[in-house]
Design a protein around this ligand. Structure first.
Ligand code: NDP
Length: 281
């Protein structure tokens, strides 16, 4: 990744590369583990060093893959994991984090997220996150799948303003957050991690995307990622276990979309004109 690659600056002052890496569906099948470990390691080498996982993925299997991949590379990576809402009580979150640390074979998670909002009062989860921070088990915390109303409530709580990121569904075919949540987060310097940034492959067949890709001698996935990388404070986290597609995704950093490209994309994937409830996958 070159020196001009886009960067996200977290509220705590830390600069991160704007293109990260997802690991959902890794750790499901032992026959693929070797390739998955290689993909995580290669992502870090390519500069996609924000590695996103969760206790939920493959019931801890994804964290185990990441833990294996990070052997000897822990210092290079920025590690993100998530606690399930069913574990988000004070004691539950502390226990879940300790279990994640064991699977990840590290003593600190760089960013720990509440995967989505459940029945536990937010204040209790924030208390657990702040305790984990004091204990050095996490360096920072955030949330995932929170719409504006949830964010408002979170930030009204004691220490709620310490939230540094919100990980949400965002890609060309899911632009609802541009209406309100994205500007809301941007104005408060809360990073938006864009999950399913190529809509799990489903947007790649769009004729408009294919047309723009051809004009740039690029691929539809690269254009879909470049569209997100254009936006301030947005970090797409594409997942792949395939080294060729990984190199392709990293290539999105080289693409500069023109005004004409952006207008074409707006016509094919119209931005929201009114409030749309936050979608989840
Ligand atoms: P993505 O949009 O990243 O798409 C991943 C899928 O697309 C995989 O099947 C992958 O297959 C394929 N793919 C990747 N690159 C290419 C390419 N260049 N061309 C064609 N196909 C490609 O979807 P995800 O849902 O995985 O989202 C990314 C990450 O976001 C997750 O892995 C996870 O870390 C996070 N996430 C978080 C959620 C949350 O609630 N917080 C919810 C969903 C995801 P292959 O591996 O075979 O290349």
């Amino acid at each position: 990744m070159d020196d001009n690659a886009p960067v996200i600056t977290l509220k705590n002052g830390l600069d991160l590369p704007a293109l990260g890496f997802g690991t959902w569906m890794m750790g499901e099948n032992a026959a693929h583990a070797g390739d998955e470990v290689k993909a995580v390691r290669r992502a870090i080498e390519l500069g996609m060093r924000v590695i996103d996982t969760a206790e939920m993925y493959a019931h801890g299997g994804s964290e185990r893959i990441v833990g294996e991949a990070l052997q000897g590379l822990r210092g290079e990576a920025f590690l993100v994991s998530k606690v399930l809402p069913s574990n988000a009580s004070y004691n539950g979150a502390i226990r879940a984090c300790e279990e994640s640390l064991k699977r990840l074979r590290t003593d600190q998670i760089d960013l720990y997220l509440l995967h989505w909002r459940g029945g536990t009062p937010l204040s209790e989860t924030v208390w657990a996150f702040e305790t984990l921070k004091q204990q050095g088990k996490i360096a920072a915390w955030g949330v995932s799948n929170f719409d504006v109303e949830d964010m408002e409530e979170l930030l009204s709580l004691e220490n709620g303003e310490n939230c540094v990121a919100n990980q949400v569904l965002y890609n060309l075919s899911r632009r609802g957050i541009e209406y309100d949540l994205l500007p809301w987060c941007q104005s408060r310097n809360i990073a938006v991690m864009a999950y399913s940034p190529i809509e799990q492959g489903r947007v790649l067949h769009s004729p408009e995307l294919i047309h723009i890709a051809k004009a740039h001698q690029a691929t539809p996935a690269q254009i879909a990622l470049a569209f997100l990388l254009e936006r301030e404070g947005v970090m797409p986290i594409p997942k792949t276990s395939n080294l060729q597609r990984l190199a392709e995704n990293a290539g999105a950093l080289e693409i500069e979309l023109t005004e004409d490209d952006l207008e074409r994309l707006d016509r094919a994937f119209p931005p929201p004109v009114s409030k749309m409830p936050l979608e989840m996958i």
